[in-house]
Each structure stands twice: as structure tokens, then as C-alpha cells.
Ligand binder design. Structure first.
Ligand code: 0O3
Ligand code: SF4
Length: 323
């Protein structure tokens, strides 16, 4: 472990703080936020954004202050302003409506979510019925379901759903998943599906993305031996909520999701000698650093960076913003 200690704070209780690697922004979130920022620079304010660009309160508030206007649907957008679609993806009907209205739109759907859309279309074109593993009502699931006609995809949320799923007719099956699921929960669901349908083919590449995989692996490393794991992220951020669950299952004494340092309940630290800190894929690093500073103000902190996967993935911005 690569440990470095600031000067000991006299009289404060010692606390080891282990930082997860990697944590925080993934390439898809970074790109989506840049799309909104660049759109405001290029076209001026206001720029409309359909749904929260990413599920983080602080990101959304900052972009609002720059001139972004967040709306639930396109009918709230005027004809003469650009609109950005969020990183989670949209049903096909959304760009179709935007085109029909001749709106200027920018699609911030993460390329790894778009990849799942393309795979689902390919399976459908090959005559397969698709099982989508994911959470009902989540915008990514709504977007993926909306790539194909109604009835082409069945949503499976749980092991129980996997047991009770009925194949429509005798169509061959394929499966896809939400990109931010728990790896362990998903393999349980797949174990049931494969027992029932042994011929179910695996995707070329897993749909649960590299960022989800790496953050869950990193928090597992931290959890064992941490009396408390703090996950920086918003309540509606699916991948952040998963990090709390993964930490608890991997042995953390406690794990809490916080938007920022102000949400730390200091009684969580009672009797705790090691705290793990991580952040969901939509949580900005300055919020993580503010959590560390809040801990340093109250404890004699020994800070340690856990070793972990170095991420190098980046995604290009849409051409409309680079020319
Ligand atoms: O999908 P999730 O609720 O985790 O969304 P976030 O918090 O905005 O994180 C980005 C992930 C994403 C856009 C879909 O993979
Ligand atoms: Fe893309 Fe994965 Fe980030 Fe979602 S979590 S935006 S799929 S890189």
C-alpha cells in the first residue's frame, strides 16, 4: 500500500483513510458533461438537457448555473434552442421527435450504452427475443427497451424473475444488461437463465462496463477491514448505490452514500479505525477531496491510496462540437 501521512494533528484520534482506485468519473460521464459545457460555449445559454445529464446533484446544479435547463421531455423544449440527451440513452422515439421538430440535438448517450442498443437491434434482426437484465424505470432501461418494438424485449430484474420468465413462442433468446449493475447479482441471474436456457449465447463483450467493473472491484478491496465505507454519489445514481451494496457484502462494517461531506453523520465514525472512500461514476473528484478534508479536520488521518486499475478510456465528442 502506498501510504503517506500528513503531519500528525495533536490530540486527534488516529484514523486510516483508504482511497479507492479507480473512483469517480468514467469516460462516458466526462464526455456527457463536456457536451453540455461545450454546447453552452458554442450556442450560448440556455441549452436544454433532457433528463439529468448524469445522476449527480452537484453536476446538475453547476451546469444549471452555466445556463443548462433540465427538462423531463422534449415537449418542454423550445424549437429554437439546442437540446442534449443524457448519458443514459433515450428511446428511439426521442431523436425521431427531435428530427420531426427540426430541433438541434446533441446525443450524450455513452458509447457503451449505444453499443448495448446496437447489439439489441442485431439480436432482434436475427429473430431473437431479448432478455434485458436491469432495473425497471431506470432511464437507461427505458432507453434500451425503446430501441425495439414493444414485446421484443422482456425485462428481468431479479433471480425470481429469471425463474418465472416465459419465453414468448419458440423464438431463440439473447440477453443484454444495464451497464451499471452489480456484477455478482447479475451472475446469479445469469446462472438461473443459463440453467433454464443452456443455449443462451453470451454477448461478444459484457454489457456491464469497464468503469462499473473497476469501481466494484476497487470497493471490494477496500471494504474488507474498513469499519465504514463512504461512497460519494447521489441517491438516484444506480452505479453509486451498487457500490454501497458491494461494500457491505464484501465485509465493510457500514457503508453510506453521501452527496458531499455535509452529509457525513459523525456518529458513523464512532469506534471506527479505518474508513474507505470511493465515488460513483457520476461524482466529481473535488467532492471526494472535500470528504477527505472533513475527515482530516476531525482525526489524525493516515491517507493511503489503494492500488487499482489505471483507466485510459476516453470518448470523442460529437462532431457538431469540435468543428
Ligand atoms: O446509471 P446510473 O444511475 O448509475 O447513472 P449515473 O450515476 O449518471 O452514472 C453514469 C452512468 C450512465 C450514464 C449509464 O451507464
Ligand atoms: Fe459509460 Fe460505463 Fe460510464 Fe455508464 S458507467 S457512462 S456505460 S463508461
Amino acid at each position: 500500500m502506498d501510504a503517506f501521512s500528513p503531519s500528525p494533528a495533536a490530540g486527534l484520534r488516529p484514523l486510516t483513510v483508504r482511497m479507492a482506485t479507480p473512483r469517480g468519473f468514467c469516460a462516458g460521464v466526462d464526455r456527457a458533461i463536456q457536451i453540455v459545457e461545450r454546447a453552452i460555449e458554442k450556442f450560448g445559454a440556455p441549452v436544454y438537457v433532457r433528463h439529468e445529464i448524469v445522476h449527480n446533484k452537484h453536476v446538475v446544479d453547476r451546469l444549471k448555473s452555466l445556463g443548462a435547463v433540465f427538462v423531463k421531455d422534449l415537449d418542454e423544449c423550445p424549437d429554437d434552442r439546442p437540446v442534449v440527451f443524457s448519458a443514459h440513452g433515450v428511446p428511439k422515439s426521442v431523436p425521431a421527435t427531435a428530427r420531426a421538430r427540426e430541433l438541434m440535438f446533441l446525443d450524450a448517450t455513452c458509447p457503451l450504452v449505444s453499443k448495448v442498443h446496437v447489439e439489441a437491434e442485431r439480436h432482434h434482426a436475427n429473430g431473437r427475443h431479448i432478455i434485458l437484465i436491469g432495473h425497471a424505470g431506470h432511464p437507461e432501461v427505458v432507453g434500451t427497451l425503446g430501441q425495439l418494438p414493444q414485446g421484443a424485449i422482456s425485462l428481468v430484474e431479479t433471480v425470481e424473475d429469471a425463474e418465472s420468465f416465459q419465453r414468448p413462442g419458440d423464438r431463440p433468446l439473447a440477453y443484454a444488461t444495464q451497464t451499471t449493475l452489480s456484477l455478482d447479482d447479475t451472475s446469479e441471474i445469469l446462472r438461473v437463465l443459463k440453467r433454464r436456457f443452456p443455449e443462451l449465447p453470451d454477448p461478444h463483450k459484457e454489457d456491464i462496463c469497464y468503469a462499473t467493473t473497476n469501481r466494484q472491484e476497487a470497493v471490494k478491496q477496500l471494504a474488507n477491514g474498513s469499519g465504514l465505507v463512504l461512497v460519494v454519489g447521489s441517491k438516484n445514481s444506480s452505479n453509486s448505490v451498487r457500490l454501497v451494496e458491494v461494500a457491505l457484502r464484501a465485509g465493510a462494517g457500514n457503508a453510506q452514500l453521501i452527496d458531499d461531506a455535509s452529509q457525513i453523520d459523525w456518529s458513523w465514525l464512532d469506534g471506527v479505525s479505518t474508513v474507505g472512500v470511493t465515488a460513483g461514476a457520476s461524482a466529481p473528484e473535488p467532492l471526494v477531496q472535500a470528504v477527505v478534508q472533513a475527515l482530516q479536520a476531525r482525526f489524525d488521518v493516515t491517507l493511503a491510496d489503494d492500488p487499482g486499475e489505471q483507466e485510459t478510456v476516453t470518448f470523442k465528442l460529437p462532431r457538431a462540437l469540435t468543428v
